[in-house]
Design a protein around this ligand. Structure first.
Ligand code: 5GP
Length: 178
């Protein structure tokens, strides 16, 4: 199967404006507190790095990362979530913000939320850049959401297909070629 990029779904300007808005909400919520921002590798890296730079200096930010198994070279979720890299930080008693690139079936985020809750953080909220609500299989709390998007496979701004296209500054739909 061959793939090609379609037109831009979300351009750089819209992305950056929305990231700034989310950062303002997060800054209000965690003003004067220490916040551990947990990024899910690798897709959330660009979003996380833009988001934390927009946070108010009144929020004391630490970052950490988890890596979970991805789709590999497929555009459909296997539903199987495997931890490839765990946190370096003990989150017991801490305020934690889990940052994900996209919530699709919800299986990955639901699994991570359950796993992190078991570690007894003071609070745990989720922040997702993109949401495909039509594809949800399990209910999962999304506290901060960038954009709701249609059921299309997207790449760019951290999101990949088979490891490619993460570097694109905007979000594109990936289409199959006849
Ligand atoms: P879920 O477990 O919610 O079905 O899927 C979450 C993970 O699937 C995301 O972290 C992401 O890695 C991948 N994913 C889901 N939809 C897309 C998409 O449209 N594009 C890309 N690049 N990855 C996706």
């Amino acid at each position: 199967m061959n793939y090609r990029l379609s037109d831009i779904l979300i351009d750089e300007g819209r992305l950056h404006r929305r990231v700034k808005e989310i950062a303002e909400e997060v800054s209000r919520e965690y003003q004067g507190k220490e916040l551990i921002v947990v990024g899910v590798l690798k897709g959330a890296v660009l979003f996380l790095s833009d988001l934390i730079r927009e946070l108010d200096v009144g929020v004391c930010v630490k970052i950490d990362f988890m890596a979970v198994s991805s789709y590999g070279a497929s555009t459909k979720s296997s539903g199987v979530v495997r931890i490839v890299k765990d946190l370096d930080t003990d989150i017991k008693g801490k305020d934690v913000l889990l940052v994900e690139d996209i919530v699709d079936s919800g299986l990955t985020l639901a699994y991570l939320v359950k796993l992190l809750r078991e570690r007894d953080p003071k609070s745990l909220k989720t922040c997702v850049l993109l949401d495909k609500p039509d594809r949800r299989q399990v209910q999962v709390p999304v506290d901060y959401r960038g954009f709701s998007i249609p059921d299309e496979f997207v790449v760019g701004y951290g999101l990949d297909y088979a490891g490619l296209w993460r570097n694109l500054p905007a979000i594109f739909v990936l289409r199959t070629e006849a």
